[in-house]
Design a protein around this ligand. Structure first.
Ligand code: MZP
Length: 492
């Protein structure tokens, strides 16, 4: 028996002390690039552009989330609490989707303007190609070309852009050249044509930017989005081959307690049969747990137990650890292993990360990236429908250990007779694209204060302090009347 009398800490209990900010650490110079998994040979495919991934949960990570997050530099883990074939189909859909390009066959010239508008709106495009039967480009419609009247009528504001104004054809492989041309010609859309000057694709300015920003899009040689999936320790011998066949790039074993011989067997089996596919092990919260998983082939390790917003594991089983302490301990094990072996195994903080401040603290304590469920469940791209409760727009969110998730008979907790998760609602937040930039800006602002130009420097330079409950109170607005809030403003 071993007893730790020092209490474990949560992320909320820490604050960062500022260091020296320099030109190199101004916000626009800060990089959030971070390794996703250990690779024998450096492979830029296994880097994230942002240190954030979406949890493998039914109410979080479907195809839409995976594609949108890949575009923004992260990845979403397609949940495994579903039949093997449907999970593989999700991976196929992600991989089928060609990064950044809209094939012209998606529209025909016979389509009504109203249908085109609807299609454009649904897909979030600002611009759409109109082609004839031979797929010759007839024109481009943009959202701004139409006015929607309150009674639903559409009126055309401008004529479609005639083809002659869009004669610049570029080689599809040369995205940089396309970007330069877009900039020089002040166009927001560029036709990609074949030798006969027939339209192959249209490239949109925003896609070009994504291509340049996002290694998933420019470095994947087949121009497919990066796809990640969760697996379990029960049916991996059937599930992994189906996912690999579908084109999966990265796997994560999904379990609330990863320190087990079942993970060992799963890791060893995948390493033997698919050595090119990295596997993340977890979740663990101890140094022994980290060493164990890495010894058996984990190329990334997920940290956290009992801290998720929907999680009641700590209450039900009494197991768990404050996420901050778990990160600190596991990061020590990771650094020791790196010194000894030269292999850097990224660690992922998971469960209970609510906002940008939590992300920064998790990274500063040693995490290489974070996984979030609740944060993403609130977005348009999560697989659930919006509901209105007490005049507030919400989205359902439930744990993978909840009764709802376990209706799927092979759920990871199927052998248990009690639940470890709850089912509820989170406030709807809109499009991921409209939320993520603010979160990233805050992370960069914090790194700038610390004087860290990247996450590795943040690990090295961060100085953190445990704060008292009263100083947390002091850190919020206080002693001021804020209309609409219940803040106490009567203190003298
Ligand atoms: P959060 O971001 O919503 O706070 O936490 C998400 C994480 O909680 C997931 O990545 C997973 O590790 C964990 N989780 C998912 N389901 C349960 C459960 O039902 C759970 N207990 O703890």
């Amino acid at each position: 028996k071993k007893i730790h009398l020092e209490p474990s800490r949560t992320l909320m209990e820490f604050r960062l002390l500022p260091g020296l900010t320099t030109e190199q650490t101004l916000i626009h110079n800060i990089s959030l690039r971070t390794p996703m998994a250990y690779q024998e040979e450096e492979d830029s495919k296994y880097y994230l552009n942002i240190p954030i991934v979406a949890a493998a949960m039914q109410s979080v990570s479907g195809v839409k989330m995976a594609i949108e997050l890949a575009k923004l530099g992260g990845t979403a883990f397609i949940y495994c609490s579903q039949p093997i074939e449907s999970q593989a189909e999700m991976i196929r859909q992600i991989k089928r989707y060609k990064a950044g390009f809209v094939p012209p066959e998606t529209v025909s010239p016979d389509m009504l303007i109203r249908d085109l508008y609807e299609l454009t709106r649904q897909r979030g495009y600002n611009t759409f190609p109109v082609v004839d039967e031979q797929k010759h480009l007839l024109g481009i419609i943009t959202k701004n070309d139409y006015d929607v009247k309150p009674h639903g009528d559409l009126t055309v504001k401008e004529r479609m852009i005639p083809r002659k104004e869009l004669t610049v054809g570029v080689n599809i492989d040369n995205i940089k050249q396309a970007n330069t041309l877009l900039r020089e010609t002040h166009q927001s859309v560029l036709p990609i044509v074949d030798e006969q000057d027939r339209l192959l694709f249209l490239v949109f300015r925003k896609d070009i930017r994504n291509h340049l920003d996002n290694p998933h899009e420019i470095l994947d040689e087949h121009k497919r989005y990066f796809a990640s999936a969760a697996i379990n320790t029960h049916d991996y011998m059937e599930r992994v081959p189906a996912l690999v066949e579908a084109g999966v790039d990265f796997l994560a074993i999904d379990s609330s307690d990863g320190h087990s011989v079942f993970q060992q067997k799963t890791l060893e089996w995948v390493r033997e049969h698919y050595p090119h596919i990295p596997v993340m092990g977890g979740n663990i919260i101890t140094e022994d747990g980290f060493d164990f998983l890495v010894e058996h082939g984990a190329r990334a390790v997920k940290v956290g137990m009992g801290s998720g917003s929907i999680c009641i594991t700590q209450e039900q089983k009494g197991t768990g650890r404050g996420l901050a302490t778990a990160i600190i301990k596991v990061a020590e094990a990771r650094d020791r292993y790196f010194k000894k072996s030269g292999r850097y195994i990224p660690i992922v903080a998971d469960g209970g990360i609510v906002n940008s401040k939590d992300i920064v603290i998790a990274l500063a304590l040693g995490a290489d990236y974070v996984m979030m469920g609740r944060y993403f469940a609130r977005m348009d791209e999560s697989p659930t429908e919006k509901v209105t409760i007490h005049n507030r727009v919400m989205k359902p969110y439930w744990g993978e250990g909840s009764a709802r998730a376990r209706e799927w008979k092979e759920a990871r907790y199927h052998q248990l007779i009690f639940v470890e998760g709850v089912e509820g609602f989170v406030q709807y937040a809109g499009k991921l694209r409209d939320n993520l930039p603010e979160t990233l800006a805050k992370i960069k602002a914090a790194m700038s204060s610390v004087g860290a130009a990247n996450i590795r420097e943040l690990h090295e330079k961060a100085e953190l302090e445990v704060v008292s409950a009263l100083s947390i109170r002091e850190g919020k607005a206080h002693d001021i009347y804020l209309p609409g809030s219940e803040n106490d403003y009567t203190a003298i």
